[in-house]
Design a protein around this ligand. Structure first.
Ligand SMILES: Cc1cc2nc3c(=O)[nH]c(=O)nc-3n(C[C@H](O)[C@H](O)[C@H](O)COP(=O)(O)OP(=O)(O)OC[C@H]3O[C@@H](n4cnc5c(N)ncnc54)[C@H](O)[C@@H]3O)c2cc1C
Length: 396
């Protein structure tokens, strides 16, 4: 998975998600044996399906605010932005859910990014994140307040958590949505994502289960503007979990020490595809990126050919990016690539085929050989950026 910034070592070396699945005490074959530690831990919280009536009153749109040691994952605020739009259409409140320890300083941020209400649980057992405690906490809050819609960022943590919570609540979950809207009359969340290998965009509905759950990758939606003076209602709850009955403990945290930054945070990306032709030619992509302070990106064939590492792949099975400038060289514009970059502010496409689909999403198109155009851009833009003979501008 692209978002792999930290790894956690658990005492229980089995997959943490499996643990939470087994947490549903009345689920038949998937139920953990009564005597197992997992079953014991979850006996404390009876997990039941939320069977809301068809004429469900507006219970609101919820956004899970992911935080690690007091730092909020930006995707949470991005979801607040789209959550606000959904809540306004449904004429219901937008709420945040914040779980952790010593989280008081973050509560104001939730309101500033658009939450009307913040449901929060502050407990030492919620720091650092474990699937076990966070899923129990989130399920508890959902059972108490019955949200209609629950949005979670498709980060490593969000993917881990959302599956467990959806399973426990026996509701539907659409992963990696690229668009969200609502059918106002029927109060249904319209969850659009690539399907069948990315060849179509499917809009998925969760017809009679609540909350309707969706995950969205970072940078799919823009971050809303912070409103420093905005306030809302803060609702604290208790976790009420006996530490001696939990089975999962984080014993170490090893942070990924990469220095080059993350592709989904880059403002400028120069991406190369199969049309670049060879690893040797890929240096034209690298040189332009270096000259204008960008990061390299790549289509899947370029990664599979060994021209760029997987951590630079853009698209359905790579990163979703939203830079200010995306230069796509020798990339045809297949839907699996487009879903990862089509929300970039300015897209410049370089392709020798004037009918290449990439030109349909491009702001500017250059028809020609990437091996000629990229070095020319490096010379021209590099000189401008560094105040050379072509000008003194330092900004593109
Ligand atoms: C489930 C699934 C997931 C996938 N996930 C991803 C993903 O995450 N990211 C991704 O990128 N793809 C992904 N793909 C693959 C995707 O379908 C396309 O095959 C891929 O994006 C094509 O890469 P490309 O544009 O580099 O190559 P091509 O489609 O082969 O296009 C090469 C382009 O280069 C142009 N060209 C050739 N020579 C030159 C030249 N000298 N100068 C300029 N232009 C030139 C050609 O005109 C052509 O348009 C996925 C596919 C599937 C089925």
């Amino acid at each position: 998975m692209p978002d792999n910034r930290s790894t956690k070592a658990f005492k229980d070396s089995s997959n943490p998600t499996d643990g939470s699945k087994n947490s549903v005490s009345d689920r038949g074959p998937a139920t953990a044996p009564e005597s197992s530690p997992i079953a014991k831990a979850h006996e404390q919280i009876p997990i039941e399906s939320i069977e809301a009536p068809k004429n469900l009153p507006a219970h609101g749109v919820w956004v899970y605010i992911e935080q690690l040691q007091g730092e909020v994952a930006p995707v949470s605020w991005e979801l607040m932005g789209v959550g606000r739009q959904l809540a306004d259409k449904l004429n219901c409140p937008l709420s945040g859910v914040l779980l952790g320890h010593d989280i008081q300083p973050l509560t104001e941020l939730a309101f500033q990014y658009g939450a009307d209400t913040l449901y929060a649980i502050d407990d030492p057992m919620l720091e650092p994140y474990t699937n076990e405690c966070h899923s129990i906490a989130l399920v508890q809050l959902c059972q108490a307040h019955h949200p209609e819609i629950l949005l979670i960022g498709a980060t490593t943590t969000g993917r881990d958590l959302s599956g467990s919570v959806a399973t426990a609540l026996r509701t539907g979950l659409t992963a990696d949505c690229t668009q969200l809207d609502v059918d106002v009359d029927n109060r249904k969340l319209l969850q659009t994502r690539p399907a069948f290998g990315g060849n179509i965009l499917a809009t998925i509905l969760c017809r009679d289960r609540w909350p309707q759950m969706a995950t969205v990758r970072p940078r799919v939606f823009p971050e809303p503007e912070k409103q420093p003076h905005r306030r809302g209602a803060l609702v604290w709850s208790d976790l009420g979990l006996d530490p001696s009955r939990t089975v999962m403990e984080v014993v170490d945290r090893i942070l990924d020490e990469r220095t080059e930054g993350y592709l989904d945070e880059a403002d400028i990306i120069i991406a190369g595809g199969r049309g670049i032709g060879s690893k040797e030619n890929f240096r034209y992509v690298e040189e332009l990126a270096q000259a204008i302070g960008g990061m390299i990106g790549a289509s899947r064939p370029a990664v599979e050919s060994g021209w760029a590492p997987y951590s630079h792949q853009v698209g359905q099975t790579g990163f979703t990016v939203r830079p200010k400038l995306y230069i796509a060289a020798g990339i045809s514009g297949a839907i699996q690539h487009l879903v990862g970059m089509q929300n970039s502010d300015v897209i410049v496409a370089i392709n020798k085929d004037p009918d290449a689909p990439i030109f349909r999403v491009a702001t500017y198109g250059i028809v020609g050989d990437a091996a000629t155009i990229l070095p020319a851009l490096t010379l021209e833009l590099g000189a401008r950026m560094h105040g050379g003979p072509l000008g003194n501008e330092r900004q593109l």
